[in-house]
Design a protein around this ligand. Structure first.
Ligand code: ADP
Ligand code: MG
Ligand code: MG
Length: 902
């Protein structure tokens, strides 16, 4: 016998395990033990540990030595507790063999019921129960499950025996004119059992084992095997459950819901998992066993009258039919919630009027339900406010912030294409193939979906005008994705099944053509496309959302700012709780609405031939910069606002097609050839690594000067108006302190000039982005000049990986699929690699400048896992798009609460 205990008993009011032993006993086993300890009615049984499962695989997929001896030893206790004997001819005990991993994997692994029925035990059970229908119903179920799970799947075979037996059953019912399983008589079932056994032998070539001991061993073996079943393995991939956890096996005394009209089986939630309402919610079936409730063989009945719905309102509830048992179950519901302090999902069976609990676990729930339950349970003093904050996952909060497709309605339609879920929520509208069309629809009040090959900055207005965006190309950080997420707009990118033919005015999706005006629905949370108008539900502001966020802020220590470039976005973000702007991109004024004028001035500056021409163009541009700066500073009154100096490569702002270049030439009254020459001169092989960021200001100091002056003047005017602007100037793409010094000299001079001219003191901070690995390495020197750092984790990821973020999507996809990297580093910060640079940058910077403010701007600032990392790295704030602000607030609070617990 092995030294470590591998078999744990539960039954009566005792148990060798308890709730917090999930790692060893699996969730099901640990909670079965806990329910016994709570004195609830649980049929006695044994839990074979997850360690035994690991040993099983180490042993080449065979039961480890001595394990069955321990099981038989444990069975003695089970038999005593239940007053029956396994395999006995007179008083036979039957067993179920149930899987149960640490984390719930509903329906992914296998369970076999009614184990122990064989020619030796059947007569005894017949005599004892005097219920041949029940005995043969149990027997035929055993043969079906055992043949499928133990004889076929566990052996790696694929005959589809389950389906063949199901078909036999259906044919038989059909022949007899029966509608339901319950119409089958004892003789029918007895005959079917014999036919089943013949079929099993004919298909698999082995006899169904007529021996109780063999059946149990086979059952345990099969449950271990099912850990590596196809379904289970792919579920683990999706849920990130490690392969080496293993499953426990619960060997439990059978109780029977199929003994007649006074017996039943059911599943329930202690509160409504869809709405969170504090009402007992569940389904049950009379004279049924196991999975019948969820299998959809019969429409299950409602548990109580309060929760009847359209499908089941004609059926009697348990409250009506078995009032005493219902009250008993309802009491158990309360006892369970008090003990587990959460909403639970339970499974129960009633055997001839006696109630048994077969399972309980913390129940899955929607975002709305999670919110309602957390606050209700806080009011009920079941949990404290820290726990309430922990109860809503960031993903669930996100779900609350976007209108979504009605899941029930969505199920009625078929997905026509799948892409990357770039912007969550749902959208329904007609196809628009161009931005112009989207705007036209919008003007007429027609909701539309902008469908594009990919989007570029020129599509911004069309994107605004669309309800949702669908692109054929691009990754999670493509232009469309960034913009859409920023607006909280539903967006699917990289949907390869989409083929646009603008000449024909149609888009082919998976072979079928759609014209402008045809309706599509998008599920942006999943990346699914439909060609029907699916119902939408408004998941927006629940009055309790604000109540919840107050709790969140009470426990949050790190600030949350937003990335916003317009007064409108800034207002929006403040509504979502932003405490400042961590990234204002000056160049935003050159895109979209009202951009024609400033863009024309910018082009003049870009295409200038001499410094003089450039300065003249900048003088005309400056008022525009000042105006947008002032507008947003006014909205942010009293809250910090970080302006990033112009960053992108300049070629992005000049037309690239001949047609557009000719137009520009005409506009400027210049020869086309001259314009073309100047634009060609801007060409760079790697523009993202070329003349951009601070390099622009070093090469053209007058460009920085104009921006400094506009920012200081805007601030000075607001100060004089009695406002409290908090200006922060941020230099992008820095690699050395000398760059910062070079620019600071200009900044200092302009600052002094503006202060004198306006006669006010203008406070401000001067800082930099850390977005090139060298900057993180040189952070100590850089912090001698910079008053704050903002980690630009998008570029930092791009530069550290050497992944071009605009076109690396296909590679990243392959890399994650092949597990070369664990996740898309542009979505979730690569903590091992890029994370080191962040930690190093913070540490080195604070070495020379202990007062250094440190933050993050970039998409990672809104990613919950990354936010937790940034919190632990000692950041002062994270900054993310307005719609991500609540999510970042929650993630920051949860990180702080977890940090306290450590
Ligand atoms: P899953 O993990 O897929 O939910 P379970 O192990 O819970 O699988 O088994 C499925 C169903 O089988 C249970 O919901 C219950 O109805 C039935 N069942 C399992 N064990 C027993 C038992 N000992 N007595 C009666 N029914 C059982
Ligand atoms: Mg279950
Ligand atoms: Mg950058």
């Amino acid at each position: 016998m092995s030294k470590t205990k591998r078999v744990y008993f539960f039954g009566g009011k005792t148990a060798e395990g308890k709730a917090d032993m999930k790692n060893l006993l699996g969730g099901k086993g640990a909670n079965l033990a806990e329910m016994c300890l709570m004195g609830l009615p649980v049929p006695a049984g044994l839990t074979v540990t997850t360690e035994a499962c690991t040993a099983y695989y180490a042993n080449g997929g065979k039961l480890p030595e001595g394990l069955m001896d321990e099981v038989w030893e444990g069975m003695k206790k089970v038999e005593t507790a239940m007053g029956m004997k396994y395999g006995d001819a007179d008083n036979p005990l039957l067993l179920s063999c149930r899987s149960g991993a640490r984390a719930s994997m509903p329906g992914m692994m296998d369970t076999v019921l009614n184990i122990g029925l064989c020619s030796k035990t059947i007569p005894g059970l017949l005599k004892k129960t005097n219920n041949p229908r029940f005995v043969y119903d149990s027997y035929r179920r055993l043969i079906m499950m055992y043949a499928d799970v133990v004889m076929e799947k566990a052996e790696g075979l694929d005959f589809g025996i389950r389906k063949q037996l199901d078909d036999m059953l259906d044919d038989y019912k059909h022949k007899k004119g029966y509608k339901q399983d319950t119409d089958l008589t004892a003789d029918d079932l007895k005959g079917l059992s014999e036919e089943f056994k013949k079929k099993v032998k004919a298909v698999i070539g082995i006899d169904f084992p007529d021996d109780a001991a063999k059946q149990l061993e086979g059952g345990i073996n099969a449950v271990f095997k099912s850990w590596n079943g196809k379904k289970a393995v792919s579920y683990r991939r999706i849920e990130h459950i490690p392969d080496d956890w293993g499953t426990a096996v619960n060997v439990q005394t059978m109780v029977f819901g199929n003994m007649g009209e006074n017996s039943a089986t059911g599943v329930a939630f202690t509160r409504n998992p869809a709405t969170g309402e504090n009402q007992f919610y569940g389904e049950w079936l009379i004279n049924a066993q196991g999975e019948d409730v969820v299998a959809g063989i019969r429409t299950p009945s409602p548990l109580n009258d309060a929760t009847k719905n359209d499908q089941n309102k004609h059926l009697p509830s348990m409250q009506e039919l078995m009032p005493t048992t219902y009250v008993e179950l309802d009491n158990i519901r309360n006892v369970l919630e008090k003990n587990f302090k959460d909403m639970l999902d339970i499974e129960f069976t009633i055997q001839e009027g006696t109630l048994y609990m077969l399972q309980c676990r913390v129940g899955k729930r929607t975002g709305v339900a999670a919110l309602e339950m957390a606050l209700d349970m806080l009011n009920e003093k079941l949990i404290d406010d820290k726990e309430a904050v922990m109860r809503l996952s960031p993903a669930q909060l996100d779900e609350l912030l976007h209108p979504i497709l009605d899941a029930a309605d969505e199920k009625k339609y078929t997905v026509i294409a799948k892409g990357l879920p770039a912007g969550p929520g749902g959208a329904v509208g007609v196809v628009a193939l161009t931005s112009e069309k989207a705007m036209e629809y919008r003007a007429k009040g027609i909701t539309n979906i902008l469908v594009r090959e990919e989007t570029n900055p020129e599509d911004v207005e069309g994107m605004r005008a669309a309800e949702g965006i669908l692109t054929a190309r691009g990754g999670m950080t493509s232009h469309a994705a960034l913009v859409a997420r920023g607006w909280g707009k539903c967006c699917i990118v990289g949907c390869e099944a989409v083929h646009i033919n603008l000449e024909k005015g149609e888009v082919k999706i998976g072979g079928k053509a759609y014209k402008e005006g045809d309706t599509l629905s998008l599920n942006g949370t999943k990346g699914w496309v439909y060609d029907a108008a699916i119902k939408m539900i408004d998941a927006t502001e629940n009055p309790r959302f604000r109540e919840f966020m107050k709790l969140v802020d009470k426990h949050r220590t790190m600030s949350v700012r937003t990335n916003a470039d317009t007064p409108e976005d800034a207002r929006n973000a403040i509504n979502f709780g932003a405490e400042g702007i961590g990234l204002f991109r000056i160049e935003h004024m050159f895109y979209g609405e009202n951009s024609e004028e400033p863009l024309a001035k910018l082009r003049n500056m870009i295409l200038a031939d001499t410094t003089g021409e450039r300065i003249a163009a900048l003088n005309e541009l400056a008022p525009f910069i000042k105006a947008t700066a002032k507008g947003t500073l006014a909205v942010m009154d009293g809250k910090p606002l970080t302006f990033r100096l112009m960053d992108p490569p300049l070629h992005e702002f000049v037309p690239q097609t001949e047609e557009k270049q000719r137009e520009l030439a005409k506009e400027k009254g210049m020869a086309y050839e001259e314009i073309k020459k100047r634009i060609d001169a801007l060409h760079e092989v790697n523009p993202m690594m070329g003349l951009r960021g601070v390099r622009l200001g070093i090469v053209y100091p007058e460009v920085s000067e104009a921006q400094f002056r506009a920012l200081f003047e805007a601030t000075a005017e607001l100060l004089k108006e009695g406002k409290k602007p908090q200006l922060e100037i941020m230099v992008p793409l820095t690699i050395a302190v000398t760059e910062l010094k070079n620019q600071k000299a200009i900044c200092n001079r302009v600052h002094a000039e503006v202060e004198t001219a306006f006669g006010v003191k203008i406070p401000y901070l001067y800082g930099t982005m850390i977005e090139i690995p060298r900057a993180a390495l040189m952070a100590d020197e850089i912090a001698e000049v910079a008053e704050f750092f903002s980690f630009g984790t998008n570029d930092l990821t791009q530069m550290t990986f050497g992944f071009s973020r605009d076109d690396v999507n296909a590679i990243v996809h392959k890399y994650t699929e092949e597990k070369i990297i664990p996740a898309d580093p542009f979505n979730t910060l690569d903590q091992e690699g890029v994370g080191q640079l962040v930690q190093m940058g913070v540490a080195r910077g604070r070495q020379t400048n202990p007062a250094l403010k440190v933050g993050v701007c970039g998409e990672h600032g809104g990613d919950p896992e990354s936010v937790a990392f940034f919190f632990n790295a000692g950041m002062s704030y994270v900054s993310c798009s307005p719609f991500r602000v609540p999510v970042a607030r929650l993630a920051a609070a949860q990180a702080a609460i977890k940090g306290e617990k450590r």
